[in-house]
Design a binder for this molecule. Structure first.
Ligand code: NAD
Length: 264
């Protein structure tokens, strides 16, 4: 078991990707907090075996402070922080209200800032001569190249990428590795909402035809699963990845490697 004796906290821990990460960390022997707005998370299903639930709104400084006070009292250290909480507004900037723009940044960027800020003393407390601490943010392939109709989301993910590199520089000397996972299309409630949303570009077609078109455009001819993401997160969280830091890890079935939508 790669994570025996380690403590981890996963924000968005009851979401599609978050649950897969929490379960994998538990299988690897870690003590895991699943931090989310509600026990049901985006899937709308309770699963009390999926981590120790911690009610948390990552955009609230008060909430974040209280969460890490609990971790300090119960564990005294944190080896792994995964910032997977996120929201997606499916609109162009003309259609995005200032409130929606600010909310996107409050959750995706400020949330990552706040949890990282208050986790850092606990992450430092976990570092030993043999072991680093690992902080893993969630960017997106949308932080590199844009999907139509996701303007605010793309902007937040670009910010998370830049913040990841900056944090890796600042905290590497303290033994803390900082990386970002940049998924492509992963089958979760967020992806289903994208398919159903106005920004999907699916005018005239059915959701099924749009889903098939998205599969077809991938070199691997499919989108990914939360388990695919959890596998990479698990490695980055473990001591096997002791020299991996400051990187944006794209996991997208080859999507961003090709010239897209061109039928040759
Ligand atoms: N699914 C994809 O295709 C995809 C692609 C690229 C990036 N991502 C990123 O991966 C991460 C996980 O996405 P997912 O697909 O599992 O989404 P999801 O919607 O299934 O889960 C997100 C979780 O975050 C929680 N959350 C939202 N706002 C919160 C807040 N203020 N405080 C605490 N928790 C909050 C939700 O309750 C939900 O359980 C996100 O950062 C997302 O942007 C997903």
């Amino acid at each position: 078991m790669k994570l025996q004796g380690k403590t981890a906290l996963v924000t968005g821990g009851r979401g599609g990707i978050g649950r897969a990460i929490v379960s994998r960390f538990q299988q690897e022997g870690a003590y895991v907090y699943a931090a989310d707005l509600s026990e049901q998370g985006s899937l709308g299903i309770e699963n009390q075996e999926c981590g120790h639930f911690l009610k948390l709104d990552v955009s609230s400084e008060e909430n974040v402070k209280a969460a890490f006070t609990r971790v300090t009292e119960e564990q005294g250290k944190l080896d792994i922080l995964v910032n997977a909480a996120g929201i997606e507004i499916e609109k162009t900037i003309e259609d995005t209200t200032l409130e929606e723009w600010n909310r996107s940044f409050a959750v995706n960027v400020t949330g990552t800032f706040l949890t990282s800020k208050y986790a850092l003393p606990l992450l430092r407390a976990a570092v030993t001569e043999k072991s680093t601490a690992s902080l893993i943010n969630f960017g997106s392939y949308d932080g590199f190249i844009a999907d139509p109709g996701l303007a605010a989301y793309c902007a937040t993910k670009g910010a998370v990428h830049a913040l990841t590199r900056a944090m890796a520089c600042d905290h590497g000397p303290q033994g803390i590795r900082v990386n970002a996972i940049c998924p492509g299309y992963i089958d979760t409630p967020m992806l289903q909402s994208f398919f159903e949303g106005e920004g999907s570009g699916g005018e005239g077609g059915t959701i099924e035809s749009l889903q098939q078109a998205v599969r077809d455009v991938h070199p691997m001819r499919n989108y990914g699963t939360p388990t695919d993401i959890a596998n990479l997160v698990n490695w980055l969280a473990s001591d096997e990845a002791r020299y991996a830091s400051g990187q944006l890890w794209v996991l997208d079935g080859g999507l961003s490697a090709q010239v897209q939508q061109m039928k040759l």
